[in-house]
Design a protein around this ligand. Structure first.
Ligand code: HEM
Length: 518
């Protein structure tokens, strides 16, 4: 303790007490023992003991930045208000955003060069409250039913016994999930390793809805296109980068923004009428499918610029919480089951990962006033009451000065739904059609990479799994199946000739461990 006032740059503990000695714990004599009333030490070490919160169960490794979104206000030559009344899309409207990019499967400090989808999550702090567009770089997904998600993630993450990611477990699941064939075709091509976060696309993946002033809806898909261009890595290039720097994507984003080379993306939207579209050979709500550009053009509706790095990684990038349920007036869900399953999962995990009052943190709270009747809970530090709300009235309805409901101006969108409650797949699964089309649309160089990467990964799997995968690839495209089968055959012949452990013939320098360093 000191009786001098503390200067602004001088160390205090969290109670504001000046710290006069940060080098030595308090002890009986300089050889100890230490004493337990040593508040500065106890406070410092117990805060340190709690410096980690659970990492995200998926997408644990990420990088983030602030910026803004500017709306062009038109859809082709029409006013965008013909389709959506969301204020974020008003002509010239600028909305602050926070974006978090991520890898999916491995933990918080894993390499950023791995073959994995990349997360592309955008929080728009709109004048109507927050809108989160929680997407990926690839435009489709592995599965279409949320009940399968925990199994999928278990199969993709490290083995619960060895803690090693195992392609046999990965393909065990995938070979029994034919709907994943399309996603696998993208993932094992160079599109599965974006070179940096600045050089990748983003996509909402799901079908959402836009709703106009009359309550009329259209189905929409969102896509981000990087103005910097798209760059992917081959497997060999990725290994080279990883050998030198396993934080390259975070570093690239951070340094580009520090250099004031602000990355930009344009937002494109595809529209379909709000119907089942029986004329299509796929279901428009199926997240394993693309809406081909030639049929459903991408139309530019705005651009996003990232121009500010976070001031603190933990506060902003780690504690930010995105959710697919976070929509504003004029934007709506579709009946995509995967989307609806996600919508429960995000805020549920965030109440556990960050805490009950996670929406009070500066990075998560809307930039407009919030007035609710929610009170208390762990770490509440601000009561979200209205400026004129009677502090005794934390309920509604009331005639004693409580909060009132908002009068919605636009007509509500009220889709009609009926049917039996069932546990069934959708009818138009068409699991292989677009996978084949994507295979044929890749360049020959990309196809070559795809085959090599698949063969490399499948070679570690048992024959039963290999055969099932070859069957799926062949259903997608005969040439696709044939090339994977041939590659696997060649690999099997080679491996009969040589068998080695994962470290191959790497040996430590002779005698190095003989030095007496113990
Ligand atoms: C993160 C669940 C599908 C994109 C997460 C998290 C969960 C989750 C629990 C961690 C959230 C947190 O701790 O804040 C699910 C479920 C899915 C699903 C249950 C399917 C049923 C998808 C799909 C996409 C996606 C289809 C892409 C369109 C993301 C992204 C993040 C994330 C980008 C990271 C957000 C961030 O940066 O904080 N997901 N997910 N997920 N998910 Fe999903």
């Amino acid at each position: 303790m000191s009786n001098q006032p503390n200067g602004p740059d001088e160390l205090t503990n969290s109670q504001g007490h000046p710290v006069t000695n940060n080098q030595h714990v308090r002890t009986v004599g300089n050889r100890g023992p230490t004493t337990l009333e040593n508040y500065d030490f106890l406070e410092k070490i117990s805060h340190f003991d709690r410096e980690r919160i659970p990492e995200r169960v998926v997408h644990a490794r990420g990088a983030g930045a602030h910026g803004y979104f500017e709306s062009y206000g038109t859809y082709n030559d029409e006013p965008i208000t013909n389709y959506t009344r969301a204020k974020v899309f008003k002509k010239g409207q600028q909305t602050p955003v926070f974006v978090r990019f991520s890898t999916v499967i491995h933990g918080n400090h894993s390499p950023e060069t791995l073959r994995d989808p990349r997360g592309f999550a955008v929080k728009f702090y709109t004048e109507d409250g927050n809108w989160d567009l929680v997407g990926n770089n690839l435009k489709i997904f592995f599965i279409r039913d949320p009940l399968k998600f925990p199994d999928m993630v278990h199969a993709f993450k490290p083995d619960p016994l060895t803690n090693i990611q195992d392609m046999e477990r990965f393909f065990d699941f995938v070979s029994q999930s034919p709907e994943a064939t399309h996603m696998i075709t993208f993932l094992f091509s160079p599109w599965g390793i974006p070179a940096t976060y600045r050089h990748m696309q983003g996509s909402g993946v799901h079908t959402y809805k836009w709703v106009n002033e009359e309550g009329k809806a259209v189905l929409v898909k969102y896509h981000w296109e990087p103005v910097q261009g798209i760059r992917n890595l081959t497997q060999v290039e990725a290994e080279e980068v990883q050998g030198k720097n396993f934080n390259h994507a975070t570093q690239d984003l951070y340094e580009a923004i520090e250099r004031e080379e602000f990355p930009e993306w344009e937002l494109y939207v595809q529209i379909m009428s709000d119907e089942e579209h029986p004329e299509l050979d796929f279901d428009p709500l199926d997240p394993t499918k693309l809406w081909y550009k030639d049929q459903y053009p991408w139309v530019k509706v705005g651009k996003m610029v990232l121009n500010k790095n976070p001031e603190d990684y933990f506060n902003e990038v780690e504690q930010v919480a995105f959710g697919t349920g976070v929509l504003v007036d004029g934007l709506d869900f579709s009946d995509d089951k995967l989307l609806q399953g996600r919508t429960y999962s995000y805020s549920d995990t965030q109440r556990y990962r960050v805490g009950t009052n996670y929406l009070q943190l500066p990075i998560n709270k809307p930039k407009k006033d919030v007035a609710t009747n929610q009170r208390a809970g762990s770490m509440e530090y601000k009561v979200n009451k209205g400026p004129h709300q009677n502090p005794h009235v934390n309920y509604e309805p009331s005639v004693m000065g409580g909060l009132k409901e908002h009068n919605q101006s636009g007509v509500e969108h009220t889709p009609h739904v009926e049917g039996n409650l069932v546990r069934e797949s959708i009818d138009r699964t068409n699991n292989f059609g677009q996978a084949g089309e994507t295979y044929r649309r890749l360049s020959e160089f990309e196809r070559e990479e795809l085959i090599n990467n698949l063969v490399g990964a499948l070679a570690t799997c048992r024959k039963e799994i290999q055969d099932q995968m070859v069957k799926h690839f062949s259903e997608a495209d005969a040439d696709y199946g044939k090339r994977v089968a041939e590659g696997l055959k060649m690999k099997a012949d080679q491996s009969e000739m040589s068998s080695r452990g994962v470290l191959g013939n790497l040996k430590g320098e002779e005698g190095v461990h003989e030095a007496n360093t113990d």
